[in-house]
Ligand binder design. Structure first.
Ligand code: NDP
Ligand code: OXD
Length: 311
């Protein structure tokens, strides 16, 4: 019997995903029924993305072997008690490349003082030469699929890169730290901090009044991780005191960011609307299908979420 794959990520996305998914299934030699609606107890795999206000109820999907997330961040599904099957998150080469480009672009923007140059085109010749990358320590909080790729790209440009993770790590060219002491040591040195942690109870407010106060004066913050990683009020206070010179924020506690939120009008905050990196159907479809192939072959799945750790 052909496996039934339910695309449960909304019809607008289906338009972009159907062809790449069919082609990836064909490439993998898998004959399947790929559908957007199905009787729950006939479904073998669910391709999932968050949407709508009500959490999904997976109880009736009694035959389902795995739920495969189109998103890297799984905070909206990881605690769903109706989900008893393995949950896999998205690790997609296209998504990773997009994040590397976003992070590298915003780090270079801060490093080269591009905002100040654009703002001071006023007929006065005022040369301010930026330091070399080798003189600008950058910290990446979160050394997973995305953080590691960004850390390596920045190290490749010559930045001294400090990386912070939950467990100890050894990545060539990156100074890896972990634990609370590691976080403090990382922040004390970093002129630019990039947050690429998942949203979990442990990572909530990783950047708060106390940790922000450790930063060198005028540090730049770039958050493409999740809004919960930063205490918003503490960030506003750190900007007011000059501890943080500028923040580029892609993700927020409430999305879309409410139109009256103080971040919008703040002269030293750049708001980007959760566009740092998107899952790219052409490459990501192959990732999803590889997991379906593995499951059907009785092999272990890739990128399985640790439900206890929350990511
Ligand atoms: P991974 O799961 O691969 O990596 C997560 C990293 O965070 C790991 O290094 C992990 O440590 C570390 N970590 C988790 N909890 C803690 C903790 N309590 N203390 C210290 N470190 C911790 O995730 P990805 O790299 O794939 O993605 C990271 C996040 O980026 C996603 O969860 C999502 O929120 C966000 N994202 C944002 C996008 C955007 O467009 N803005 C697009 C895609 C993702 P360890 O290595 O020890 O496990
Ligand atoms: C993701 C995201 O988690 O887009 O994939 O934020």
């Amino acid at each position: 019997m052909k496996p039934v794959i339910l695309f449960a990520a909304g019809l607008p996305r289906w338009r972009h995903w159907e062809a790449p998914l069919r082609s990836a299934l064909h490439e993998a030699g898998i004959e399947a029924d790929l559908v957007t609606e199905a009787v729950p107890d006939t479904v073998d795999f669910i391709l999932y993305a968050p949407g709508g206000d009500t959490p999904p109820d997976f109880t009736a999907f009694t035959r389902c072997k795995a739920v495969l997330s189109l998103w890297a961040g799984v905070e909206r599904i990881v605690g769903n008690t109706t989900l008893t099957q393995p949950l896999c998150r998205m690790v997609d080469p296209g998504l990773t490349q997009g994040m590397v480009e976003y992070v590298t672009g915003h780090v270079l923007r801060a490093h080269l003082g591009i905002d100040a140059l654009l703002a001071s085109q006023n007929g006065r010749w005022n040369p301010v030469v930026p330091p070399l990358a080798s003189e600008r320590p950058v910290a990446i909080l979160g050394l997973g699929a995305l953080g590691t790729a960004c850390a390596q790209a920045l190290a490749g440009l010559g930045f001294p890169v400090l990386g912070w993770s939950r467990r100890p790590k050894d990545i060539s060219g990156i100074m890896c730290l972990h634990g609370q002491e590691g976080l403090h040591a990382t922040l004390k040195q970093a002129q630019i901090v990039v947050t690429l942690l998942p949203a979990t109870p442990e990572t909530e407010n990783t950047l708060n009044a106390q940790t922000l106060s450790l930063l060198p004066r005028g540090a730049t913050l770039i958050n493409p991780g999740r809004g919960t990683l930063i205490d918003d009020d503490a960030l506003l206070a750190a900007l007011a005191s000059g501890r943080v010179g500028h923040a580029t924020l892609d993700v927020f506690r409430t999305e879309p960011l409410p139109h009256d939120h103080p971040f919008w009008a703040h002269p030293r905050i750049t708001v980007t609307p959760h566009v740092a990196a998107d899952t790219r159907p052409s490459s990501a479809a192959r990732v999803l299908v590889e997991n379906i192939r593995r499951s059907l072959a009785g092999e272990s799945l890739l990128h399985v979420v640790d439900r206890g750790a929350g990511y």
